[in-house]
Every structure is written in structure tokens, then in C-alpha cells.
Design a protein around this ligand. Structure first.
Ligand SMILES: Nc1ncnc2c1ncn2[C@@H]1O[C@H](COP(=O)(O)OP(=O)(O)OP(=O)(O)O)[C@@H](O)[C@H]1O
Length: 253
């Protein structure tokens, strides 16, 4: 297994082995092995229909596998319910942000804190110093410290994406999964997002699906190329980029 300089090789946090899912006989993911380490930003790339989103769906329990195993932090996820997988420490951001548009940045973050205010629990809610401190800490991480009182629908597209990442960070997941996090972002927002992902990978694992190769270069510790539900290549961005098979099926197009 290749690792960047200074990277401590250890037991992977996420170990996917022999994972297969068939939809009416079509194997969208086919005998897949994939490992993600702690402190790693691992990026999955590949052509449309390669099975990238399906892999994230399988990890978070949205789709159930036909065969194979997904071991996360010593627990087998394939038999667990979506809700329990979240509680086990897996956070997933979809492409479209699912924030509460009519609430402020502060309130959105607060809602996501395990001990924070809930949509239907507002009546008996007392805002504690612990919640406020955590909201402020996360807002700082996602570049929104100055915008805590702003209503979420007034944020830019990029800021909404960061807010959703922040909402996941409130739960301090050990594994954070992001599907095309910089789609629709400006150049400067992309640069900031790369910095953000690098920073938040410390102490946890980040698994990203991305098509933007410049962005992949700026964040990936390791890249897995999927093709027809299988691993076509894996390694550093440099190694993957010069791999003739990868150029043929993906990067050359
Ligand atoms: N629930 C489902 N039922 C039937 N087929 C599905 C289902 N989910 C995914 N597929 C099929 O599985 C294949 C892989 O889809 P997936 O969305 O995982 O690819 P992807 O690599 O994420 O592609 P893209 O880059 O376009 O998002 C596709 O052929 C898709 O049509």
C-alpha cells in the first residue's frame, strides 16, 4: 500500500472487501476491495457509471450489498441500518446541500450537534456554553465565523457546501464522505475547500468522489480509479495519471 511521506501505515479505518451489488443482474460494484486509512484523503475517480456513488451508498447503508464486507472501525456495516451507521461515525455529504435555508448558519450548525437543538425540540431547548463553543469552533473551520447570524439561503453556493460540511463536522465523524464537493464552486472557493479537506482529515478519514482533476491533485493522498465497478488502478495521483489503462478509459477522454 503506498503512502505519502511521513504517513504512518496502520490498520485501515475502512476496509471494503469483495463488495458486490447487482441491480437486476447488472453488477454496478463488482468484487471491490478498497481501504481507507486514518488521516487520509482518499479520492475515487472514474468514468460516468463506474460505480462511485454506489460505493458511497453501500458504505452509508442507503444501498444493501449483494455480497462482500465493509468493515469500519472494527464493525461490519453491511448489516447495519443507515441511522446506526451514522451513529457509528460515518458522515456523508451529497452533491446538493441539505441545509435549513430559513435558519441562520448558527442554527444550522446547532441542529446538527448531537446534544443541540432539534427541529421539534425547540420548546424545551436551553442553549449551553458547550453547544455555542462547538458551533463557533466548527464555523471557524468552514470559513463562516463572520456569518453566524446570516440566514442560510443568503449564502453563496460554496458557503452552503461548507455549511453542510460543518453540519457533518458537528457530529465529529471518523469517516467523512463527500460526493463532488467543489461542483459549481469558484476558483477561490475550490482552493479554500482543498485547504479545508486537508485540515479536517487530521484525526479522521475523508473519502471523496471527484471529477475535477486539478482539485483531486490538490487534495488526494491516494486515488482509486473505478471502472465498471472494479478497481482499475490505485496509488498516488502521479502514478494514476500516467497509468496507460487509466488514460485509455478515463483521463484521455
Ligand atoms: N438503484 C439502482 N438501480 C439500478 N441501477 C443502478 C442503481 N444505482 C446505480 N445504478 C447503475 O449502476 C451504475 C453505476 O452508477 P453510479 O451512479 O454508482 O456511477 P458513478 O460512477 O457514480 O457515475 P457518475 O460519475 O455519473 O455519478 C450505473 O450504470 C447506474 O445506472
Amino acid at each position: 500500500m503506498s503512502s505519502p511521506a511521513g504517513f504512518q501505515a496502520a490498520k485501515p479505518v475502512l476496509a471494503i472487501e469483495g463488495l458486490t451489488v447487482s441491480f437486476d443482474g447488472f453488477k454496478a460494484v463488482n468484487d471491490l476491495n478498497l481501504y481507507v486509512d486514518r488521516n487520509e484523503v482518499h479520492v475515487v475517480i472514474g468514468p460516468n457509471g463506474a460505480g462511485k456513488t454506489t460505493v458511497l451508498d453501500l458504505i452509508c447503508g442507503k444501498t444493501k450489498s449483494t455480497t462482500g464486507s465493509i468493515e469500519f472501525d472494527g464493525r461490519e456495516l453491511t448489516k447495519m441500518r443507515e441511522y446506526d451507521i451514522v451513529r457509528a461515525g460515518v458522515g456523508r455529504k451529497f452533491q446538493n446541500p441539505s441545509i435549513y435555508e430559513n435558519l441562520t448558519v448558527f442554527e444550522n450548525l446547532e441542529m446538527s450537534y448531537p446534544k443541540g437543538r432539534k427541529v421539534f425540540g425547540a420548546l424545551f431547548f436551553k442553549r449551553t456554553a458547550e453547544v455555542v463553543a462547538r458551533v463557533e469552533e466548527v464555523a471557524g473551520e468552514i470559513f463562516l465565523s463572520e456569518l453566524l447570524d446570516k440566514q442560510a439561503d443568503l449564502l453563496s453556493h460554496g458557503q452552503k457546501q461548507w455549511l453542510e460540511i460543518g453540519m457533518l463536522l458537528m457530529q465529529d465523524p471518523a469517516l467523512l464522505m463527500l460526493d463532488e464537493p467543489v461542483a459549481g464552486m469558484s476558483v477561490s472557493e475550490r482552493v479554500q475547500t482543498a485547504e479545508l479537506l486537508n485540515r479536517i482529515s487530521k484525526g479522521r478519514s475523508v473519502l471523496v468522489i471527484e471529477h475535477d482533476m486539478e482539485f483531486v491533485k490538490s487534495i488526494a493522498h491516494r486515488v482509486t480509479v473505478l471502472h465498471q465497478g472494479k478497481v482499475l488502478a490505485e496509488g498516488s495521483m502521479e502514478a494514476v495519471q500516467t497509468n496507460p489503462k487509466v488514460i485509455e478509459v478515463y483521463l484521455g477522454h
